[in-house]
Design a protein around this ligand. Structure first.
Ligand code: S3P
Length: 158
């Protein structure tokens, strides 16, 4: 079974995953390989609902994978993903404060959902926070931690 990292955009899933295991699977990159274009371009052309279906197909295909997987922040948006995440013995929620995350993601053109502005993002954050909590087997609060401390905390739960 994989170790699956979940959490909001900007929390550091990708960079922590890379430091933990350079051979980790990055679901966003796997999606981009499949759709053969950047995620932002796909969202613009086909919409979020189509993106979620592809994201789900890939997550499901890795359900038995024996390694580390970093997911996109919206993985909990699509209901069929929830039982996969919940049943997985090691689904780790990296948690942080909205304001810190917002500062990191607000001007990133590669993240299409940031286009909706701060109020919309805050709503998204609050709604998703409950879902991340509900499906996670462990939660690591990285809000007051340096990247090294976060890595250490992650190693301790694995
Ligand atoms: C998304 C987060 C992104 C990417 C896509 C949608 C989201 O991944 O999957 O832009 O809905 O929060 P990161 O969490 O790696 O930014």
């Amino acid at each position: 079974m994989p170790v699956i990292l979940i959490g909001f955009m900007g929390v550091g899933k990708t960079s922590l995953a890379y430091r933990l295991d350079p051979n980790y699977i990055d679901l966003d990159r796997a999606i981009e390989r499949k759709i053969k274009r950047p995620i932002a371009q796909f969202f613009e052309r086909f919409g979020e609902a189509e993106f979620r279906k592809i994201e789900h197909e890939l997550l499901a295909s890795y359900a038995e994978h024996k390694g580390l997987i970093a997911t996109g922040g919206g993985i909990v948006e699509y209901a069929p993903n929830l039982p996969i995440l919940e049943k997985n013995p090691q689904t780790i929620y990296l948690k942080s404060d909205f304001e810190d995350l917002y500062e990191r993601i607000k001007d990133d053109p590669s993240r299409p959902l940031t286009l909706q502005g701060k109020v919309g993002l805050k709503e998204l954050f609050e709604r998703r926070a409950k879902l991340y909590e509900a499906v996670a087997s462990q939660t690591i609060d990285v809000s007051q931690k340096t990247p090294d401390e976060s890595l250490q905390a992650l190693r301790e739960v694995l």
